[in-house]
Design a protein around this ligand. Sequence first.
Ligand code: TPP
Ligand code: MG
Length: 332
Amino acid sequence: MKKITKEVYLKWYEDMLFWRKFEDKLAAVYIQQKVRGFLHLYNGQEAVLAGSLHAIDLSKDKMITAYRNHVQPIGMGVDPKRVMAELYGKGTGTSQGLGGSMHIFSKEKGFYGGHGIVGGQIPLGAGMAFADKYFKRDAVTLCYMGDGAVRQGSLHETFNLAMLWQLPVVFICENNGYAMGTSVARTAHTTDIWKLGLGYEMPCGPVDGMNPVKVAEAVDEAVERARSGGGPTFLEMKTYRYRGHSMSDAQHYRTKEEVEEYKKIDPITQVLDVIKEKKYATEEEIEAIDKKVKDLVKECEKFAEESPYPDKNVMYDVVYAQEDYPFLPHKL
Ligand SMILES: Cc1ncc(C[n+]2csc(CCOP(=O)(O)OP(=O)(O)O)c2C)c(N)n1
Ligand SMILES: [Mg+2]
């Protein structure tokens, strides 16, 4: 695994803080009705992304996830200004403002969405890995899902084929304890989700998803296995989301105390503690990072606010009538 140096800790701190503040800003502008529709925020789960990014090769590896998907593309290299513009429904957004919150996508940066159907991305992730294996491309796919997705038939059918064909994919369940308002314990006999891999003889295990070091180590091992032809892995990241399922969630299913307990092991605080303890940065240097993050969030907001809505003619480019289906080449 690439060494976890001082620079990595500082990058983790800056990245995770930026993702957190970016989404805090989204929550604020959502209340002002500048961002509409559904909005599912990632606050609390940032270590899963930070650790994963350390373990992959951004120049060739790929990522696909569910609808909690604003910060992953940023981690993969998509311009955050364009992500915020997409959420505002503006023409400068990643999908010209036509996708919105649940549908961020960037083929160029290896980020394949953004999927609103629970469990829908699981077979797609395996399909991406199948294509890479078939065309002999050296790439690994990270396929994320929530704890609510693992009881879908799509996961089980996919696990079977992914093992049969030894696909270069890492399945990562982000177990944040709840599927909307339903706790894992209310929907399954076993709350150890990682054990689902055992039935398929897929390498699997639990991971502390609040600590980017633990995440990086586990994902690195899985990515190396996939890259060297060893097939898929299933990891269960034990994590937590601080905000509601979406912005309209009154959160009657959990206590404030429970949320506060998890904030004690907050991933950003954990990383900052190491930075301070090992003297990786002075107070002034940390303040400079905080300011940089704040300024970048402001820049994203300004860009989204000032961008124009998509031209009406765009509608004619994405809705089409096909007369001799299925033989016409698909034009987007
Ligand atoms: C097939 C399907 N069934 C139900 C829904 C409604 N739904 C949206 S999110 C969600 C909960 C999923 O929870 P989880 O997989 O744990 O992800 P999290 O929101 O915690 O990230 C449900 C049931 C849906 N979008 N798709
Ligand atoms: Mg969940």
